[in-house]
Design a binder for this molecule. Sequence first.
Ligand code: G
Ligand code: G
Ligand code: MN
Ligand code: NA
Length: 254
Amino acid sequence: MQLENGLRSAIRSGEFKLHYQPKMAIDTGRISGVEALIRWYHPNLGLIPPDRFIPLAETSGMIAEIDAWVIREACRQNRIWTRQGMQPLPVAVNISGRHFEQGELPQLIQSIAAETGMDLRLLTLEITEGIFIRNHDKVVAQLEALRSLGLRVSIDDFGTGYSSLNQLQRLPVDEVKLDRTFMKGIANDPKKSRIVGAIAELLRSLQLHVVVEGIETREDYRYIEKLQCEEAQGYWLSRPLPAEQFISFLQTHA
Ligand code: G
Ligand code: G
Ligand code: MN
Ligand code: NA
């Protein structure tokens, strides 16, 4: 309850911050994009991770407001970086299934783009497989409306939920992020690595862009480098960083 009350004032009080985790293009080794991840700096409790407050925000009706803040902040930051002379960098944000179902995203994003000047071709929305269980037609229609704005849609945590590869073929999405549980210990587990290889190949045959998450070690990277995937993300490259540190990371990596 206390946390819930705090959540209500957190946006107004400026207690949320975005951290940024880079993604790397596997063919060139260059930084190809970034995922924005929310953090809550609570005045008394300190840093609260999203796992602890996003579910609460979903059940207490605050998730739409938080997601809107995240999208706006990510776009705002993206514009700042571009104005500072950085190469335009694609940015991905996580959208809660609860919020997605409310159906207001296309309008919201259009107004944020108008307000911030964001080029929507640089924006990716990460959604999870769960949203496809209910209201399939409505979900598909909304995805099409979103993609017609120029942005990209990605299925996050792929492989942990309910969508089958068969279903995936009918969904208007651009990208799939292979869940990090597939990567855990991959370098020492031939069976696991064959499974990941086969899934990546299938996704590829559906013309989907594949991101592998949870690359924690050089050995993990060595392994997935050989697969037919486009991008890698994980602690091996970098943890999620505050905006200022992210810029330094980019400068040293380039
Ligand atoms: O960043 P971290 O590993 O702590 O994220 C934990 C979970 O919280 C992940 O599933 C991630 O997708 C989710 N998450 C992180 N940032 C956001 C956000 O801005 N909005 C939503 N809806 N979920 C987020
Ligand atoms: O569900 P989603 O993919 O949005 O969650 C992203 C979260 O995963 C980030 O908040 C980040 O903290 C976490 N993460 C990113 N890279 C790694 C990694 O290499 N290993 C582990 N265990 N977690 C990671
Ligand atoms: Mn994500
Ligand atoms: Na994920």
